[in-house]
Design a protein around this ligand. Structure first.
Ligand code: CA
Ligand code: CA
Ligand code: CA
Ligand code: CA
Length: 283
């Protein structure tokens, strides 16, 4: 057990080191290769390769994204957006791969791109009031993600199926105010739906429908200060949640929508960054 702990910490240091190199020495848009270690692969690396869901982090202080290119600390790094942008992830064009994008809370504006490089935005639009929390998902099951926003004061979600300034197609209240919104395909029907995470009790409340209704899945996962993340870690077609520890730069992933320990752990990024998850589109 102690030995495992040591290995984990050393990988974390290596990831932080790789990020430092990427920031300081290399032009945006290039794949970074960090020094490799000779440590044995973790028992979970096979599952990671199968699902091909990778980690990423966003450094909002510099507007720099770091997207994991394998199971280790190697990262594709590039800048996109500005300081204080909120990073989002989606498959806007339905090609099966996710790209990063940003939300500017001060203007309620989205800047979408299909490429994981430094490049101008493909779609720019405002949606809803300013200073909302953005979410993304394939609400109508057409294979393309679109955006939504959550108003923490009123616990109201506003979802659209078009990435444009347009009235919301779904507006509903879910849960209590001041929660953290999440979205995913919890039941594997091809449509994403919302949920909320209560940081004070580390409890997820997930719905299979985008309407006001009781939660379909309620369970606790994570630790004090952890940030909720969503992804299909085991490739079974259903999303589940994880918890990112910003103090350590660790992603803890669980496959079942229930209380229990993590099934997988990913060390990626330096502490204090925003966690991201996706099947990253090649740049
Ligand atoms: Ca895509
Ligand atoms: Ca859609
Ligand atoms: Ca679903
Ligand atoms: Ca899954």
């Amino acid at each position: 057990m102690n030995r495992h702990k040591t290995l984990v910490l050393r990988n974390g240091e290596m990831a932080a080191f790789a990020l430092t190199i990427a920031v300081m020495l290399v032009a945006p848009g290039c794949t970074q290769t960090a020094p490799t270690t000779n440590s044995a692969p973790s028992p979970t690396s096979t599952a990671a390769a199968k699902s091909a869901v990778r980690a990423g982090v966003f450094d909002s202080a510099t507007g720099t994204f770091f997207l994991q290119t394998g199971d280790g600390p190697e990262a594709n790094s590039f800048t996109y957006g500005g300081v204080n942008s909120v990073a989002i992830v989606g498959d806007w064009n339905g090609d099966g791969f996710e790209s990063i994008s940003i939300y500017d809370p001060a203007n309620g504006a989205f800047f979408l791109t299909d490429l994981n490089v430094s490049a101008p935005a493909k779609d720019t639009f405002t949606y809803g009031e300013t200073n909302r929390k953005p979410i993304t998902g394939d609400w109508d099951g057409d294979g393309k993600d679109s955006v939504g926003i959550y108003d923490p004061k009123s616990a109201t979600f506003f979802l659209t199926n078009r990435n444009a300034s347009a009235p919301a197609v779904e507006t509903f209240v879910f849960g209590a105010p001041d929660m953290v919104p999440v979205a995913g395909d919890w039941n594997g029907d091809g449509k994403d739906s919302i949920g909320i995470y209560d940081p004070s009790t580390r409890t997820f409340f997930l719905s299979d429908l985008n309407v006001s209704s009781p939660a379909a899945h309620t369970f606790s996962f994570g630790s004090a200060g952890s940030v909720p993340i969503v992804g299909d870690w085991d490739g079974d077609g259903r999303d589940s949640v994880g918890a990112y520890d910003p103090a350590k730069g660790v992603f803890l992933l669980r496959n079942a929508l229930s209380d229990g320990p993590p099934d997988r752990e990913i060390q990626f990024g330096a502490p204090g960054m925003t966690p991201l998850v996706g099947r990253w589109a090649a740049h």
